[in-house]
Design a protein around this ligand. Structure first.
Ligand code: NAD
Length: 351
């Protein structure tokens, strides 16, 4: 999307955008509230640098729409929202803490219209800093201040999604011996690599942080893939677990996999990319379904559920949800993205 901030907001179908410029760190803060039909907006906070601040707004708007779909599919009473802290450069120390405190005060002033948790570029420790200013944070115990990490829950859901996709694509859900290339081995990609290796997958990892990639590859006995080769490396499953928009006109022709199932949000460059994958006979697990494990667990925790067995069982529901989506898409010879979009529209229409 091109154009300035006003054009982008005008063209968006969401409900509201809250904007603040943090003068101390020259950071643009965007909170995009997409759809609150099912409840008040809940979504992660992303911190990264963008070529221009407006690109951060676009990211927030796109990700907020994905959250609307995710909450609807999971069946928890929340609306779609997402925040972006578009920093001019990576921040650490007091500059980072000061920005997070100022952002926490902004959240508190919104009185729960938007509640947040971690996302790309933010950590559970960042949420602790924000929680010093506001109660509208998921993943921090309000009494002890202890943090919880959504990554392993999200990774667990991705494993269930990979099983569903393998069953639909190969006729067997067995991960043992399957090759998986993971792009991005951070909060989700790292536990995902471990979980897959534990059940016998041949895991290859790629990360723009070379040290991190090497560490994880050594830990799971996996291969290293250079970031530039991540799309074209032959594998059964490609698991994007880093940034948005990685499935697009340029990358889809390069893919040498049968399944795409990973945690990254807003993986498609544009909706038509789902059809491009379908035409190439690559089974795409819609991102907001396969990556819903952390949201499911944290959403339930915020309603008082703390039994890990119960949380895991609800995360595991991602598998039957995806099986139903793959089956419907198969019957209609369409992309699973089309089938899941229909499902979301029906759920939102029911309210
Ligand atoms: P993270 O910041 O902990 O890890 C991301 C990793 O990707 C980092 O190691 C980073 O170096 C790497 N990376 C960044 N750009 C890359 C690129 N172009 N190529 C290869 N590697 C790259 O983030 P995370 O929490 O693991 O989230 C990863 C993705 O999953 C994001 O899109 C996020 O929105 C999504 N997601 C995360 C969760 C969660 O529970 N954390 C839940 C749902 C969705």
């Amino acid at each position: 999307m091109s154009g300035g901030i006003e054009d982008r907001i005008e063209a968006w179908e969401g409900e509201a955008v809250v904007t603040r410029f943090d003068r101390v760190t020259s950071t643009w803060i965007f909170i995009a509230i997409h759809n609150t039909k099912l409840g008040s907006a809940v979504g992660g906070t992303r911190m990264r640098t963008y070529a221009e601040p407006a690109a951060g707004l676009t990211d927030a708007m796109r990700l907020a729409a994905g959250m609307t779909a995710k909450w609807a599919v999971i069946g928890l009473p929340y609306g779609g929202g997402k925040a972006v802290l578009a920093v001019p450069e990576p921040l650490s120390g007091e500059a980072r803490a000061g920005l997070l405190r100022s952002y926490g005060q902004l959240l508190e002033s919104l009185k729960g219209a938007f509640q947040t948790g971690v996302d790309l570029g933010t950590t559970p420790e960042d949420m602790q800093v924000i929680a010093g200013e506001t109660r509208y944070v998921h993943g921090v115990d309000p009494v002890t201040g202890a943090t919880q990490d959504p990554g392993p829950f999200t990774a667990r859901g991705v494993v269930r999604g990979i099983e569903a996709a393998l069953a639909a694509s190969f006729g067997s859900d067995d991960i043992d011996g399957r090759s998986v290339v993971i792009q991005g081995v951070g909060d989700v990609g790292h536990p995902l690599a471990r979980m897959l290796a534990d059940v016998g997958a041949r895991v290859s990892v790629s990360d723009i942080d070379g040290d991190r990639a090497r560490r994880v590859a050594a830990e799971v006995g996996g291969e290293l893939v250079e970031p530039a080769a991540v799309f074209s490396t032959p594998c059964d499953v490609f698991a994007p677990c880093a940034v948005t928009g990685v499935l697009n006109r340029e990358t889809i022709p390069q893919l040498a996999c049968r399944v795409v199932a990973g945690s990254a949000n807003a993986q498609l460059g544009e909706p038509d990319d789902a059809d491009r994958l379908h035409e190439r006979n690559i089974l795409y697990a819609p991102d907001y379904v396969v990556n819903a494990g952390g949201a499911t667990a944290f959403g339930l925790m915020s309603t008082g559920v703390d039994d890990v067995e119960e949380l895991n069982a609800r995360v595991d529901d991602i598998r039957p949800t995806l099986e139903a989506i793959f089956a419907e898409a198969g019957e209609r010879d369409e992309s699973p993205f089309a089938a899941s979009r229909r499902r979301v529209q029906a759920l939102l229409a029911q309210g």
